[in-house]
Write a protein that binds this ligand. Structure first.
Ligand code: GLN
Ligand code: ZN
Length: 788
């Protein structure tokens, strides 16, 4: 095996500079203290202009370059990725190639270019013009914007921002490696434009798109770029509706046009990035192209054990440092994986991250309150850069050169393995003793009869999903309490007063099943993470979720248990205020895991059962306190679905089981609800039934009840609350609109099973829209009830 330092060129396409010994596939762009978020939101609010926003962004990019150089990535050999984005990397690719939907054509100039304001409008919509749809980026919590491509979409080199950002770095003494979503992934992630004929596939436009990518590469080379990174994560999933053969044909065509037909000096060397899993069948196809380097994910994926034709002319970037989770790596084990890659026969092997680091926070150094031992087990983005640099040094100079770091990393891993709380014997005994019966309730029909008798609800009962508006006063009180300016007693008094207001409002509107409104919860996952053992929360561990939105995932580091009841006193208090049933409100195991950083040392299913048992105890306590209805939210059930179909059954098995484990301990006359947020379930729709909840609420207003026939077809015959009020918009639906949706629902669902509720929680709404909307919802339910 040659190391990068011993060679300068291996490409059949001419002489390219060697790929750096260590790199990361991307870096967080939101800023260590969310500087980009604040600047972008100020721009939206009109407090700063485009020039000022550009200046803030340039400063952030400079800080990132300086930081990465100081951490040991080389300034001159394209080791530093150019992954800045004002909003989203897929939107950036669309803007680069001019793929702007026709409804936004008025925002572009003669060349098809969007200015900054136009770019944000495409992302966020304006008036009647809906924004691009947003959806999950592979198996992460990041959401990208879905380009719309039709037969007439005109591709052109509309934005040279990527070239300008490269030139900015070069002028500052840093040769970055520009990063762009690759052409095959770009089209596979796009959806057919609304006016496209039925069955139109965006991928059919590949031949028209490639000349624009070629122009971008040529412009980058002219600006001095030596390497470019084209990300093709779509090659690691089979959860798409394009046949594999078509995808592989597209890969061959794309990289023939970009790598084979463009010879030096008309393009930089190409690194093809394949994060989030194994390339499987695509590996031989990618290896047969003329790209100069290939980055593979060796955290989610693994390498083949024999030579792969075509790799002998390529650099293989071994993605051994996990870009998607926050655990410190066992460097010695990682180095072994890299060394073992020799058998593949690659021209050179270098070290990288498995994915972009945009999915982890900036640095553990900014976490003064985190326990020191826990901190020693963690690596956020900056610490991961150091791991890459260390491994690269070990690879080029030999293990001896990094001996001290290997020893320190092994010691951290060993300390984690044996630390108190990581393995809690009582928790493990409980999960080991679980038997089939713990996961099942009695027959649904018997439960329905018992609940009907106990609850005595009208037909088409009305309820809400849980949260009521999180007003400025609530957030102020929480902030004051966090700062120590408001005592716990005073804070809790305010929360109780808020709960009383919410109960009174629901009584006044005439809602049948009440909620407490979730005023006391900062977040539906973090709230529970703070109350359960086995979790830690960060102070500055922000991760971009989409656009300017960031979340602070909790860190699930140990065995999970519930030291004390969590929600019982709040729910009991709420029930004391009304004779109507109050619905207890919990977040389910899968959602708690999906929105946290999870352990990599035990099976996900084991953690899910631990959380399931903690919730089971909580539900038991709620039941004993007289609460007759308990909702366990699982909006993330679909989110963790594996990218390969072959892995999905096993996932659904443990995820659904953890839900039934948490809920199956109740009496037949206690009613279990769940809320699933989205309505697109595809082939996993059967999982909704398998949850065995008595009532399931689901988003349905925008799609006008589209989910109901699919649910029926899947054999679902339980209580269902299809949303009749779209809470994602500030619009107040009229009573007639809600009535119409309910009439539609009654056509698909037995009225005895139908519930009336909004699409989702109301926490992001204001009372100005919430109150009239809920009144219309209750009136509509009464009107339709009267017709039955
Ligand atoms: N109970 C939560 C709420 O009402 C559910 C939120 C969600 O589904 N994301 O806010
Ligand atoms: Zn929801």
């Amino acid at each position: 095996m040659t190391t990068p330092h011993e060679r300068s060129s291996i490409s059949p396409q001419g002489t390219f500079p060697a790929f750096p010994a260590g790199t990361v596939l991307g870096y967080p762009r939101i800023g260590p203290r969310r500087e980009l978020k604040k600047a972008v939101e100020s721009f939206w609010a009109g407090r700063i202009d485009a020039t000022e926003l550009e200046a803030t962004a340039a400063t952030l990019r400079k800080n990132t370059r300086d930081r990465l150089v100081s951490l040991g990535l080389s300034a001159t050999d394209a080791a530093i990725p150019g992954t800045f984005s004002f909003y989203d990397q897929v939107l950036d690719a669309a803007a680069t190639v001019g793929a702007v939907p026709t409804r936004f054509a008025g925002l572009t100039d003669a060349n098809g270019t969007l200015d900054l304001a136009g770019y944000f409008t495409v992302a966020r919509g304006a008036g009647e013009d809906a924004p691009l749809e947003m959806t999950k980026w592979f198996d992460t919590n990041y959401h990208y914007l879905v380009p719309e491509i039709g037969p007439d979409t005109e591709f052109r080199f509309a934005s040279d921002r990527i070239v300008r950002e490269f030139a900015e770095g070069l002028a500052d003494g840093v040769t970055t490696r520009p990063v762009l979503v690759g052409p095959v992934t770009f089209l596979l992630l796009s959806k057919a434009a609304d006016d496209a004929p039925a069955g139109f596939q965006p991928l059919s436009r590949l031949a028209d798109l490639l000349p624009v990518y070629a122009q971008v590469l040529t412009a980058l080379a002219a600006a001095g770029a030596t390497w470019v990174q084209l990300d093709e994560p779509a090659l690691v999933t089979d959860n798409i509706d394009v046949p594999l053969a078509d995808v592989l044909t597209a890969v061959t065509a794309a990289y023939r046009a970009l790598a084979t037909d463009l010879t030096r000096p008309t393009r930089p060397a190409i690194l093809l990035g394949a994060p989030f899993g194994d390339l499987q069948e695509a590996l031989v196809v990618v290896a047969a192209t003329d790209v100069e380097a290939l980055a593979i994910d060796l955290v989610k994926g693994s390498a083949p054990t024999g030579p792969v034709a075509g790799l002998e002319t390529k650099t293989l970037v071994a993605g051994v440092v996990d870009g998607h989770n926050i655990w410190r790596a066992d460097l010695s084990a990682k180095l072994e994986i890299v060394e073992r890659l020799q058998v593949l026969g690659a021209g050179a092997v270098t070290v990288g991250t498995s994915t972009s680091l945009q999915h982890v926070p900036h640095t553990t150094a900014d976490e003064p309150d985190l326990d020191d031992t826990l901190k020693s087990w963690l690596a956020f983005a900056d610490e991961k850069v150091t791991e890459v640099v260390t491994l690269a040094q070990g690879l080029t100079e030999g293990r001896e050169a990094i001996d001290a770091q290997l020893v320190a990393a092994s010691a951290a891993v060993a300390s984690r393995a044996t630390a108190a709380g990581v393995v809690a014997a009582d928790v493990r005994e409980r999960t080991a003793a679980l038997a089939d019966g713990d996961f099942h309730r009695g027959p649904a029909a018997e439960r329905r009869a018992a609940q009907a008798e106990r609850l005595n609800l009208p037909l088409l009962p009305t309820t809400t999903i849980g949260s009521f508006p999180q007003t400025l006063e609530i957030r102020k009180a929480r902030a004051a309490h966090a700062k120590g300016e408001l005592s716990l007693e005073a804070y809790e008094d305010e929360m109780r007063a808020e709960i009383k207001r919410v109960v009174d409002l629901q009584e006044e509107i005439g809602i049948d099943v009440l909620v407490h409104g979730e005023a006391e919860r900062n977040d539906m996952v973090q709230y529970f993470a703070e109350l359960l053992d086995g979790f830690a929360v960060t102070q500055n561990g922000w991760v971009q979720s989409y656009g300017s939105r960031c979340t602070r995932p909790s860190i699930l580091w140990g065995d999970v248990s519930r030291p004390a009841p969590m929600t019982v006193r709040w729910t009991e208090y709420t029930q004391s205020l009304s004779t109507k049933p109050v619905k207890g409100m919990l977040t389910g195991p899968v959602t708690i895991m999906a929105w946290s950083f999870v352990r990599d040392d035990i099976a996900l299913g084991e953690t899910a059962n631990q959380i399931g048992l903690a919730l089971r105890d909580e539900i038991g306590d709620l039941e004993s306190a007289g609460i007759a209805i308990i909702q366990v939210d699982e909006p993330a059930l679909r989110e963790l679905l594996p990218l390969r179909k072959a892995d999905q059954a096993a996932y659904l098995d443990w995820s659904v089981s953890s839900f039934t484990l948490s809920t199956a301990g109740v009496r037949p006359d206690t009613q279990i609800h769940t809320h699933l947020c989205y309505s697109e379930f595809g082939e996993v729709i059967g999982a909704i039934d398998a949850l065995d909840a008595d009532v399931t609420s689901i988003e349905a207003a925008r799609s006008r009840m589209e989910i109901l026939p699919d649910l029926n077809a899947s054999g679902f015959s339980r209580g269902v609350g299809p949303g009749v009020y779209d809470i994602h918009s500030p619009r107040v639906p009229s009573q007639d609109e809600v009535t119409e949706l309910l009439e539609l629902a009654v056509k698909s669902v037995d009225p005895a099973l139908l519930w009336v509720n909004p699409d989702c929680g109301l926490k992001t709404r204001g009372y100005a829209e919430t109150t009239p909307s809920l009144k219309h919802l209750v009136e509509a339910a009464r009107a339709v009830r009267a017709q039955l």
